[in-house]
Design a protein around this ligand. Structure first.
Ligand code: FAD
Length: 504
C-alpha cells in the first residue's frame, strides 16, 4: 500500500511565505512497494479514498498540495489535513494494452504522471523517451497537478497552458475513484479497472478537471500527451523598444518583431520585461526561443545560458530583500544587473532541449505577483492604461508581457483565441497591491474584459468569477456536482479562499 505519514499539528507556510495556516495534521503520501505502474496508481488512489472518507465522516477539510508555490491562499487550510504529494513523483510509459482502440494518439506520445511529479521531473522523463513538452511556466519546481490547477503558462504564443498536455485525469473523491477523460476514449477499459477506477468519458467534465483549482477532488495521476523531442535556441538582449513595436505584438506580428530584435524567423517563444516608469525610454529585456531539430551531439549549455532565471522574480529577487519599493533607476539597475549581455544574435549559439530552458526557484520571501490576461488584439489600446494605472497606484516593479494561445480547461484564464498576459512581479508591499488594484479598476472602467491567475494575488470573489467565466463557470460547477453529487463530499475540499471564489 501507499505510505501515509502523519506529521502532526503545526503551522504550515507556503513555499514563498505569502500565506500560512494552522493545520490539524500535516500528512505526507508516498508510493509503497508495488510492482508495475497500474498497481502503484491503484494503491495510491485507494489510500487517498480511505483518507477522504474519514475526512468526510469527521467533517475535516483536506487540502492536497503540490509544491505549495501558489502565492494565493488556495493551498492552505485552517484546522484541516494538509496532504503533501511531492513524493508521488513517478512517471510511466504506457503499455499498448493500456490504450483504447479508438485512441488516435500514438502510444509513444502518452506518459502517465503521478500528481506530485514536478514539471522538471516530467521534462526529464519525457526527454529520456525522446519526447518533450510543448510549453510550461517560467520555472519548473511546481507539481504537475498543481501547475494544471491554476492554468500555469509561459509565452509560447501558439500554445495554451501546461494543462493542454493532459488527456485524462485520475481523480479521487470521498466516495469514488475515477479516470476522467474526453468523450473520445483514450485509456482502455482494462487499464481503468486495473488501476481501481471507474471511467467518466465526458468532454465537459474533463475540461473542468483540466484547470481544477484544487476544488474538483484529489488528483492522483494524469495522462499527458508529449511532442517529439526538439531543441530551442535562446536569444536575449536589453534594448529600447518603441510604441510601434507594441502594435506589432498586438497584431501578432511576431516574426517582424523578431526580425527587428532577434533572428529573421518566427519565434517559438517571446517575452518582454518593461520598466513601467519609462517603458520606451529605458531598456526592455527581451527573450526569444527558436525551435530547432533535436541533435544529441549538442552539448547542452547551462540552464542560465538558456535563459532560465531571467524571469522578473529572479531578477528582482535579491534587491527585493533589500528594498521595499523601486524607483525608476533602481528598478532599471535591478532589471539589467543580472541579465546576460552575451546572448545576442551574434554571440555563440545557445541551443538545448525545452527542459533546459527553466530551473527551480529558491523561495523568495516577501514576493508579490499578480497578472491580468486580456485578448491580445486589445494590447495597443490598453497598454498605456495598464502601465499608467500601475505606476499611479504606486506599483514600482517590472511589467512582463507574455503571449499565449487559447488554453484548454473551462476555467483557463487564457480564454480568448490569442491572449497577452501582463505580469506584475515584485516585492510584497502595499504599493504592489495598490498598483495592481488600480490596473484592475482601470480595465473595468474602460470596459476591457480580462481574467486573473488563480494562483497569484487576484482580489477575486464569487461574483467576479461568475462574471468572468459566465457559462464556463456554470459548466464547471455542473461538472463538480457530477463527480461529487453530495455537498458533504465537496465540503471536504473547502478552504476560505475556494469558498470566497465560489468554487466550493
Ligand atoms: C516563483 C514562481 C514562478 C511562477 N511562474 C509562473 C509562470 O511562469 N506562469 C504561471 O502561469 N504561473 C507561474 N507561477 C504560479 C504557479 O505556477 C502556480 O501557482 C502553480 O499552481 C503552483 O503549482 P504547485 O504545485 O506549487 O501548486 P500548489 O500551490 O501546491 O497548489 C495549487 C492548487 O492546486 C491544488 N492541488 C495541488 N495538488 C493537487 C492534487 N494532487 N489534487 C488536487 N488539488 C491539488 C492545491 O490545493 C491548490 O489549490 C509561479 C509561481 C512562483 C511562486
Amino acid at each position: 500500500m501507499a505510505k501515509l505519514t502523519r506529521l502532526g499539528q503545526q503551522i504550515w507556510t507556503n513555499y514563498h511565505k505569502t500565506a500560512a495556516c494552522n493545520v490539524k495534521e500535516r500528512l505526507e503520501i508516498a508510493n509503497g512497494e508495488e510492482s508495475g505502474g497500474r498497481a502503484y496508481l491503484k494503491s495510491v488512489a485507494e489510500t487517498v479514498l480511505e483518507l477522504l472518507k474519514e475526512a468526510k465522516q469527521y467533517n475535516i477539510p483536506v487540502r492536497p498540495i503540490g509544491a505549495g508555490w501558489s502565492p494565493a491562499p488556495i493551498n492552505i487550510v485552517e484546522d484541516g489535513w494538509l496532504v503533501e504529494t511531492l513524493r508521488l513523483n513517478r512517471t510511466f510509459k504506457l503499455d499498448a494494452d493500456a490504450v483504447h482502440p479508438d485512441c488516435e494518439i500514438p502510444p509513444e506520445a502518452l506518459l502517465l504522471v503521478q500528481c506530485g511529479a514536478t514539471v522538471d521531473e516530467v521534462y526529464e522523463s519525457a526527454e529520456q523517451l525522446g519526447r518533450s513538452l510543448r510549453t510550461g511556466g517560467a520555472s519548473n519546481g511546481q507539481s504537475f497537478a498543481g501547475a494544471c490547477a491554476t492554468g500555469t503558462h509561459g509565452s509560447v504564443w501558439k500554445s495554451g497552458g501546461i494543462q493542454d498536455h493532459v488527456r485524462a485525469v485520475q481523480l479521487v473523491t470521498p466516495e469514488r475513484i475515477f479516470w476522467i477523460a474526453p468523450d473520445k476514449a483514450v485509456l482502455s477499459d482494462e487499464f481503468i479497472t486495473q488501476t481501481g477506477s471507474e471511467i467518466i468519458r465526458d468532454d465537459r467534465i474533463f475540461a473542468a478537471c483540466q484547470v481544477h483549482v484544487g476544488a474538483m477532488g484529489f488528483i492522483t495521476a494524469l495522462l499527458i500527451e508529449t511532442d517529439p523531442i526538439y531543441m530551442v535556441q535562446n536569444i536575449q538582449k536589453a534594448t529600447k523598444i518603441e510604441r510601434e513595436h507594441i502594435d506589432w505584438l498586438c497584431r501578432g506580428e511576431f516574426t517582424k518583431f523578431s526580425r527587428e530584435f532577434g533572428l529573421n524567423e518566427e519565434p517559438y517563444f517571446q517575452q518582454i520585461i518593461l520598466n513601467p516608469f519609462d517603458p520606451f525610454g529605458k531598456n526592455a529585456l527581451l527573450r526569444f526561443l527558436y525551435k530547432r531539430p533535436f541533435n544529441p551531439d549538442i552539448k547542452p549549455p547551462t540552464p542560465s545560458q538558456m535563459g532560465a532565471g531571467y524571469d522578473a522574480l529572479t531578477l528582482l529577487g535579491n534587491l527585493m530583500a533589500e528594498s521595499e519599493f523601486f524607483k525608476a533607476e533602481i528598478l532599471q539597475v535591478a532589471m539589467e544587473r543580472g541579465y546576460p549581455k552575451d546572448q545576442d544574435v551574434d554571440d555563440p549559439e545557445r541551443i538545448a532541449t525545452w527542459g533546459n530552458t527553466t530551473e527551480e526557484h529558491t523561495p523568495i520571501a516577501n514576493l508579490f505577483n499578480g497578472s491580468v490576461t486580456i485578448e491580445r488584439s486589445l494590447l495597443s489600446e490598453a497598454f498605456d492604461l495598464i502601465i499608467d494605472s500601475f505606476r499611479k497606484g504606486g506599483g514600482g516593479t517590472v511589467v512582463t508581457l507574455r503571449f499565449v494561445h487559447k488554453a484548454q480547461g473551462l476555467l483557463a484564464p487564457a480564454r480568448w483565441e490569442d491572449n497577452v498576459v501582463i505580469d506584475f512581479d515584485g516585492p510584497n508591499v502595499e504599493s504592489s497591491h495598490s498598483g495592481y488594484k488600480k490596473v484592475v479598476e482601470a480595465l473595468d472602467d474602460a470596459g476591457v474584459p480580462f481574467t486573473r491567475h488563480w494562483g497569484k494575488t487576484n482580489n477575486l470573489d464569487e461574483r467576479r468569477v461568475k462574471r468572468d467565466y459566465e457559462q464556463d463557470y456554470a459548466n464547471w460547477r455542473w461538472a463538480q456536482a457530477q463527480v461529487m453529487p453530495d455537498p458533504a463530499e465537496r465540503q471536504v475540499f473547502a478552504n476560505d479562499e475556494l469558498v470566497k471564489l465560489g468554487l466550493i
